[in-house]
Design a protein. Structure first.
Length: 454
């Protein structure tokens, strides 16, 4: 007689309540503990004598252990959360159940699977839902946009306003101990932009020639003032070369006549005599003078040899300087026809044309640009920087605006240097004693020069 239905139901409920660990332990039970240890096969689960239930085949202990391990790997793998659980392999014994045959779900057998494995208990519904939700969460994380701080780590810190210098903004910043910072004003921002342009890094060595057709209009003072400004803002020291054939005073204007007289008389002529032995910046420094970070090569002071510098000799000096300095200024003296001038113009990257507000100075500056354009230096003339220095404070009869308009149309930029006693006296030029407007003009010239390099 078949077992009562209520007894079979109790057996099924008891089996379903077992944990996965308990079932795996039962499957891995040693063969000696089984009543069928002699055969080495797993005893079939008790199946009610019911014609509707198909008989189950007997599996070996090795197959049962392999199935248990496979189930554990599937349950613990990350892919199992996103996928629907696979049907139980055919080697797992069928568990007794009192459910009617029509409530069990038939699953097609895998290729090569015995026919008895085609029917398995229905898979739980909670696992696919949980796996689907986890898969959706992973997709949401993968599709989420990348945060800006990964590519812009500066966003971790708020941008700090520059400290204002002078004026109402600077006073308010000082009184509040920095608690109120309105940032720099328009003028300070312009000054900072000039400093940025001057300090740009350069690839290679560049040379700017400062020349004029008339003496005494601020050519050497412009060379010193611009050279000191470059030295103040640039990370590398600039070099200034005195190529004036008429006993130039570039070093005296940068150091002061008293200090220069006390120094050893090293000139460009001395450097040319020993140029083959100069193979380092240390060796070159023996023939140079230093006004702070501005390095200078003095011109020849002896009138008998001052005009002996040739174009080839200047090019040798320029080649030597280019190995150690990225920016060089050359004070060319008066005129454009002396011996070294062809070498200077040949190696120049841009020009500064010195001029004055006097009628003669303005006319000669224009004549200089016209001469350059007609002698094969059109690019230098077109990109030249004209600097008008108000050195002598001309009378009100001179129309300064008309002079500026007259010259601005034939050059790249025109910059006016206001009258300043620190420049007009013809002695030492230092940035500390210059008026703010004069220093600003020299910064504009220096920035325009570097603009011509890049």
């Amino acid at each position: 007689m078949p077992e009562p239905a209520d007894k079979n139901s109790r057996a099924t409920a008891k089996n379903a309540g077992q944990s996965q660990t308990r079932r795996r332990r039962d499957l891995r039970r040693p063969a000696g503990s089984s009543p069928d240890a002699r055969t080495g096969t797993m005893p079939a689960a008790a199946t009610p004598n019911n014609s509707r239930t198909a008989p189950t085949r007997r599996s070996s202990w090795a197959e049962a252990a392999a199935v248990a391990d496979a189930q554990a790997d599937v349950e613990t793998s990350p892919e199992a959360d996103a996928a629907v659980p696979s049907p139980v392999p055919a080697s797992v014994p069928a568990l007794p159940t009192s459910e009617p045959a029509n409530s069990r779900r038939a699953v097609p057998a895998e290729p090569g699977t015995p026919p008895s494995a085609a029917t398995v208990p229905a898979a739980p519904t909670a696992a696919p839902q949980r796996g689907a939700s986890r898969q959706a969460a992973k997709l949401a994380v993968a599709d989420a946009p990348v945060s800006d701080f990964i590519t812009t780590p500066g966003s971790f810190v708020r941008e700090q306003k520059p400290r204002p210098r002078g004026g109402f903004r600077g006073a308010l910043f000082a009184m509040t101990g920095g608690a109120i910072n309105l940032g720099p004003g328009p003028r300070q921002r312009e000054e900072d932009e000039l400093g940025r342009r001057i300090s740009r890094q350069l690839q290679g060595s560049y040379n700017t020639a400062v020349l004029s057709l008339k003496g005494g209009i601020g050519k050497t003072s412009t060379t010193v003032g611009v050279g000191l400004t470059l030295a103040e803002f640039r990370g590398d020291a600039p070099c200034a070369i005195d190529a004036n054939p008429d006993s130039g005073d570039l070093v005296e204007r940068a150091l002061g006549e008293g200090i220069y007289q006390q120094a050893s008389p090293r000139t460009i002529t001395d450097l040319l005599k020993n140029i083959d032995s100069v193979d380092s910046l240390t060796a070159l420094a023996r023939y140079m003078h230093h006004a702070g970070r501005l390095h200078l090569i003095a011109g020849e002071q002896d009138p008998e040899v001052s005009d002996s510098l040739t174009a080839a000799e200047y090019l040798r000096i320029r080649k030597l300087i280019s190995g150690y300095y990225s920016v060089a200024l050359t004070d060319c003296g008066t005129g454009v026809t002396h011996n070294a001038m062809s070498g200077i113009l040949q190696s120049a990257d841009n020009l500064v044309i010195a001029a004055g507000y006097a009628v003669s100075g303005a006319k000669r500056a224009r004549s200089t640009l016209q001469w350059l354009a007609s002698h094969g230096y059109e690019d230098l003339a077109r990109n030249a920087i004209v600097v008008i220095t108000d050195k002598d404070e001309v009378s009100s009869r001179v129309d300064k605006d008309a002079i500026e308009e007259h010259l601005s149309g034939i050059c790249r930029q025109l910059i006016a240097v206001p009258h300043d006693r620190g420049v007009a006296d013809g002695d030492l030029v230092t940035l500390e004693v210059l008026r703010p407007e004069t220093r600003r003009a020299y910064k504009e010239i220096a920035a325009a020069i570097v603009d011509g390099y890049v």
